[in-house]
Design a protein around this ligand. Sequence first.
Ligand code: ATP
Ligand code: TZE
Ligand code: MG
Length: 268
Amino acid sequence: MSQEAQLIWTDVEQIRAQAPLVHNITNFVVMNNTANALLALGASPAMVHAPEEVEDFVSISNALVVNIGTLDATFVAGMKLAMHRAKALGKPIVFDPVGVGATAYRNRVSEELLELAAPTIIRGNASEIMALAGLNAQTKGVDSLYGSEAAVEAAQRLSLVWGSVVVISGATDYVILGERVATIKNGHPLMTKVTGMGCTATALTGAFSAINADYFQAATHAMAVMGIAGEIAVEKDPAPGSLQVNFLNSLYELLEAAITNRLQLTQS
Ligand SMILES: Nc1ncnc2c1ncn2[C@@H]1O[C@H](COP(=O)(O)OP(=O)(O)OP(=O)(O)O)[C@@H](O)[C@H]1O
Ligand SMILES: Cc1ncsc1CCO
Ligand SMILES: [Mg+2]
């Protein structure tokens, strides 16, 4: 077995053994999907966004996931308080800039959040990563108009500016930290026909970052597990409704052999 497959499996076992508490401030569309994906993986999710309680919640959590998919003023207030507290406590922050580039509000809020507390890991599609890096990228709402390879330079710049691990999802997932690059070619195009698969990737990344303090590894392992679970689910039934359910089952039933046999990871 490849050394990397073994490291991924060790992380999955750690999540299953420790059930880290992952605090999510996420969007209304995916709250249920991402909570179920975290449970199926073995983590303990909580979706908590009220400004009155997020700081207390961060204090008892093992990682914070912030997703701007359906943001409004109350969400933003909660995100700022939570990220500030997480930073003060040294807890990993995973940021999903859903739809950044689509509106001036999303751009401004994203910039404010980055400046307040640079995330440990940023995960977006190519349009989002390019927009977040300050490029005048086109985006179709929450969907990307570019392949992930188009955003590699933007991700490297973002990573340098904020010191964050940056993940670009797509047919190939890229994980970038300065000059370090990992590519993962797992997954299936049908995954784009289930809403919030990217948001799910971000939530799973939160769980991996809670148990592996090498955040480049944590992000890489999360994206590999995401892609492999997606492939297995599509093979069971190649249709979006089934995929949503079978993806959860694949995560829950994931075996070491699936990682060993399917992993398509390169690192440089
Ligand atoms: N063309 C593809 N081929 C293989 N796998 C894919 C493809 N597109 C997406 N995926 C898989 O789906 C995951 C989610 O990536 P995607 O880029 O679609 O997220 P997203 O655009 O942020 O989605 P959302 O905003 O709906 O949450 C990827 O990590 C990858 O595993
Ligand atoms: C469809 C959609 N709209 C806002 S957030 C979201 C989930 C996918 O990003
Ligand atoms: Mg997205």
